[in-house]
Ligand binder design. Structure first.
Ligand code: GLN
Length: 561
């Protein structure tokens, strides 16, 4: 077997404050390295103890991003995929909880030979093992983002591990970038470097000397400030860079290129002098700057305005708009406030209505009222996961006359459980049948990851994708109950996407082919999907469904009801 390439590692830490855009800066640097023709991937190390963010509330932590192989991850992985255009995997995301649970499992298996299990070396070795496992993907460069802020107690084991990693791998194979913040003080009219000096001092006290410092701030830093930072932080002046605030995140690769960050990184890691081709980023930004149309989309969900809860969704709608030279205007509507008597007023100016994914009963009847309005007023509608489920319930109640139709999630013993919880399914990632265990923990009890879906010709779904077989990412517990395919199809519901035959089909289980997409024929564009297409959209390749949805929204006056 051919020997695998040994990747070079870029470790990115953050100082002073959280929310500095470490994920975005890392992803933009990754994009630049990829634009040089290198094979690049990324990894995120998160210091919290949850095994993964799957059980965390989107209000607190933002969206849970899902990879093809079914990992529930931090939303930064979404940025990584959108900037790099390569799929992330389970290996791309480790939390401290996952590291500790691996250590504890080894301890139970007796793998530490009766020794005392300690943070150093056992936890740190596990972290290093996780980082080095990226070598299995045959890459040139791996960017590893260490979550949290330097100085947090929680991130210490990760920092100690990367400190060791640099000595293990050597200078030419491991580079430290520290992203810091320069506050602007209005009274003195200058950017202050003291917090950066302190955070680098903190890093150095644990044995990490950054090779490069990237300062985030509202404006470029003067040569004088750069010199001061260089002096106090023990780096050469040409290793201090600025990451200025940008309006459009896709300007970041260009800005970092202009700053010369890629040249410096390439020099330190001997990545070659090939110029990155940044023309795709330039033309993307140019196209984004001259959007001539506007599409107003109402998002009727329960996570409200919190930007990060629907991060990938917002991005994907933007990409869909870009494909039509249109800016997408988002209007977040709290589903709990929507009722049949006010829905017309609330959605009056919506050119498209979208019901996104979500969990729990809150706001469901409002979402169903929004579906009803979009269906009966012929406003383009897209339902994602929970949105599909609401659309099926609405259709069953209003068109098929099943007035008690509901989902087992909201009404466990409902008479017509058009949406139900399965007892087992084929998992293409493992090749096994995953079984529902009624005593399941909440974590890990869902259908998560990529599943195939066959499209029915002559449907909106087929027209959008232009192909018969697709693969999309899932994250849900409940499904369209196959028992209702026939009665609902008979009154006009079109099942345009279904899982292919189940290779492990067991007649004892209540499902053969799962419903993946539903739509209506007598409507400009009404489509629900059980999967989350937003995870696979990128600015360079807008997702076909978002492109089609925004296209339909643009062809619609929206002044109805
Ligand atoms: N709560 C629903 C389910 O678990 C929908 C999930 C989602 O929208 N991601 O099936």
């Amino acid at each position: 077997m051919a020997r695998r390439n040994k990747a070079k590692f870029i470790i990115i830490t953050g100082g002073v404050l959280s929310s500095l855009g470490k994920g975005l800066t890392s992803a933009a640097l990754g994009a630049l390295l990829k634009a040089k023709g290198l094979r690049v991937s990324m990894q995120k190390l998160d210091p919290y103890l949850n095994l993964d963010p799957g059980t965390m509330n989107p209000h607190q932590h933002g969206e849970v991003y899902v990879t093809d192989d079914g990992a529930e991850t931090d939303l930064d992985l979404g940025h990584y995929e959108r900037f790099l255009g390569v799929p992330m995997t389970r290996r791309s995301s480790y939390t401290a909880g996952r590291i500790y649970s691996q250590v504890l499992a080894k301890e139970r298996r007796g793998e530490y030979l009766g020794g005392t299990v300690q943070v150093i070396p056992h936890v740190t070795d596990e972290v290093k093992g996780a980082i080095l496992s990226m070598n299995e993907d045959d890459l040139d460069v791996v960017l590893v983002e260490v979550g949290g802020t330097v100085g947090d107690i929680e991130s210490l084991p990760f920092l100690e591990a990367v400190r060791q990693l640099k000595s293990d791998l050597g200078r030419s194979h491991c580079l430290f970038i520290h992203l810091s913040f320069l506050p602007y003080l209005e009274t003195s009219g200058e950017l202050k470097s003291k917090p950066t000096q302190h955070s680098v001092k903190e890093l150095r006290s644990i044995g990490i000397q950054p090779d490069i410092i990237v300062c985030r701030g509202p404006m470029p830093i003067s040569a004088e400030s750069k010199a001061k930072i260089a002096l106090f932080c023990n780096v050469p002046q040409d290793a201090v860079f600025t990451a200025v605030d940008v309006k459009n995140i896709y300007q970041l690769p260009i800005k970092l290129y202009e700053e010369g960050l890629e040249v410096k990184v390439s020099k330190l890691l001997a990545l070659g002098r090939k110029e990155p081709d940044i023309t795709p980023w330039q033309s993307l930004v140019a196209r984004q700057a001259k959007l001539t149309k506007r599409a107003s989309v109402a998002i009727v969900g329960k996570y409200g305005e919190l930007m990060d809860s629907y991060k990938s969704l917002k991005e994907a709608l933007g990409h869909g708009g870009l494909a039509h030279e249109a800016e997408v205007e988002f209007n977040y509507i709290n589903a709990e406030e929507v009722r049949p008597d006010n829905v017309g007023k609330i959605l009056k100016s919506a050119q498209g209505v979208l019901v996104p994914g979500g969990f729990g009963t809150r706001g469901i009847e409002g979402m169903i009222a929004a579906v009803h309005h979009a269906r009966t007023h012929k406003i383009p509608f897209m339902g994602i996961c929970l949105g599909l489920q609401c659309a099926v319930i609405e259709f069953a109640r209003e068109v098929a006359g099943l007035s008690h139709a509901n989902s087992e999630e909201f009404r466990p013993k409902c008479r017509d459980n058009v949406i139900f919880r399965m007892t087992g399914w084929y998992d293409p990632n493992t090749g096994l049948r995953a079984q529902r265990d009624p005593s399941d923990d909440l974590g890990g009890s869902m259908r998560v990851g990529s599943y195939p879906c066959k499209l029915l010709p002559n449907t909106k779904a087929f027209a959008a994708y232009g192909t018969a077989l697709i693969h999309e990412r899932h994250r849900h517990r409940f499904e369209f109950n196959p028992k209702y395919i026939k009665p609902l199809s008979e009154v006009g519901l079109v099942v345009s996407g279904q899982g292919p035959d189940d290779p492990l089909e067991n007649p004892a289980l209540p499902r053969p082919k799962l419903v993946e997409i539903i739509e209506l024929a007598d409507h400009p564009w009404f489509l629900g999907c059980q999967f989350h297409p937003e995870f696979k959209s990128s600015p360079m390749t807008p997702h076909p469904l978002f492109k089609a949805f925004i296209g339909a929204a643009l062809g619609q006056s929206g002044k109805k009801g």
